[in-house]
Design a binder for this molecule. Structure first.
Ligand code: SAH
Length: 386
């Protein structure tokens, strides 16, 4: 049973009910399918319940659900069909994006012949749901391998037993995939997220379109932006604090011969930008793609200070006509906040900043307008006019 506040939220198109808005959930087990009712007994449909998460309820359907595995199958087919509409120039994409594909708690990514599956909730981790996902994906896509990716922190929050990344079906965990004609190694059992940052795929192409001259890719991970920039720029430097990520970046560069040599630097980005800008280094293209600084609303202020510092340093180093591609993947930082931060950095750097494009996550990470949390990535492509 849910509160009036939760009713208002669901009526506005949202898909979640927080634990603080539950009036009662007596006797409901972890991961159960539940009928959602308000205090007057009015029904709001069927949801998935979590006994541990602050997000207690994730809506599944406005009506009754007789057969959950059958519903999973149907929605997986729809999710796969949707990708046929929006994905091109790649053999890697997100096939299922949780709420935005009406499969709350489930992420499925495709890397060429290898599929990755991530169950983020008790309900999606339950055996019948897992089997429905695995068998439908196997039957529809005949992957060479299917790998389960585990987010330890999420499993802890959901009070699910710890588990390691593992092969679920088939034989292959590793492959090579292509985005916009650039090739990348994929290791199914390693790396961050489900392995790569597929949400930036369309932004890589946009960045390459405007990029020129000397380029700096800050927070480069395995080289997503840097390898794209290398096609257009005379010199590219990638910076990251993770040696493992840079080793993969180097292997990715080797896969794309003959691109020009890329310099990979293991460093703290804040220190490096400070040193380089104070030393008067200049670039024509700079990409900033830091990890999410605002993990919650509480550290929004600190996060904005972090973004401002990075953008300020970068802007000081841009030559006239230079391009800044600046990203934030913090959901709690709105596009308006982020634009304001960029503007304030430009003022302090005494640069005029022209916004060429306001971009977001690639279209295979769809956004539900009623669920603002599904839109998280901001990518501003800007120019410092001559
Ligand atoms: N641009 C990448 C994704 C970046 S993810 C892509 O498109 O694939 C964020 C990266 O920032 C991670 O690789 C992480 O290792 C790195 N990172 C986190 N904190 C850092 C810091 N202080 N200095 C440098 N790199 C950092």
């Amino acid at each position: 049973m849910i509160s009036a506040r939760a009713v208002a939220r669901l009526s506005a198109g949202h898909a979640w009910v927080y634990r603080s808005d539950l009036v009662s959930a007596d006797g409901i087990g972890p991961g159960a399918l539940v009928r959602v009712v308000d205090e007057r007994g009015r029904a709001y449909g069927t949801a998935l319940y979590s006994s541990a998460s602050q997000i207690a309820i994730r809506m599944l359907s406005p009506g009754p659900v007789e057969n959950f595995p059958a519903l999973i199958r149907e929605r997986l087919l729809a999710a796969i069909r949707y990708r046929d509409l929006v994905v091109s120039e790649t053999d890697a994409c997100r096939l299922v994006f949780s709420e935005a594909d009406f499969l709350p708690g489930l992420i499925v990514d495709r890397y060429n012949g290898v599929l990755t599956v991530q169950a983020l909730t008790q309900a999606m981790d339950a055996e019948a749901a897992r089997q429905a996902v695995i068998s439908t994906l196997a039957e529809q896509l005949s992957p060479a391998g299917m790998v389960e990716r585990v987010e330890g922190r999420v499993r802890e929050l959901e009070q699910l037993a710890p588990r390691a990344n593992a092969l679920l079906a088939g034989e292959k965990t590793d492959t090579v995939f292509t985005m916009n004609g650039v090739r990348f190694q994929y290791r199914g059992l390693e790396g961050q997220k489900t392995g790569a940052f597929l949400d930036q795929r369309e932004n890589y192409a946009a960045a390459a379109h405007y990029a020129h001259g000397d380029a700096l890719d800050v927070f480069c991970y395995q080289g997503g932006f840097a390898l794209h920039l290398a096609r257009a720029c005379s010199q590219v430097t990638g910076v990251d604090s993770s040696r493992g990520a840079l080793e993969m970046a180097e292997q990715n560069a080797a896969l794309n011969q003959p691109v020009r040599e890329i310099e990979w630097i293991e460093a703290n980005a804040f220190d490096l930008l400070k040193d380089y800008s104070e030393a008067g280094r200049k670039y024509d293209t700079i990409v900033l793609d830091p990890p999410a600084f605002a993990r919650s609303r509480k550290n929004l202020e600190t996060a904005l200070r972090g973004y401002k510092e990075l953008n300020l340093r970068a802007l000081k180093m841009l030559r006239p006509g230079g391009v800044l591609v600046t990203c934030s993947c913090s959901y709690h930082v709105s596009e308006a906040d982020f634009l304001e931060t960029a503007a304030s950095a430009a003022t302090d750097a005494r640069r005029t900043l022209r916004l060429i494009e306001k971009r977001g996550q690639a279209r295979d990470h769809p956004v539900l307008v009623g669920v603002p949390e599904t839109a998280y990535l901001k990518c501003l492509v800007c120019q410092v006019p001559r």
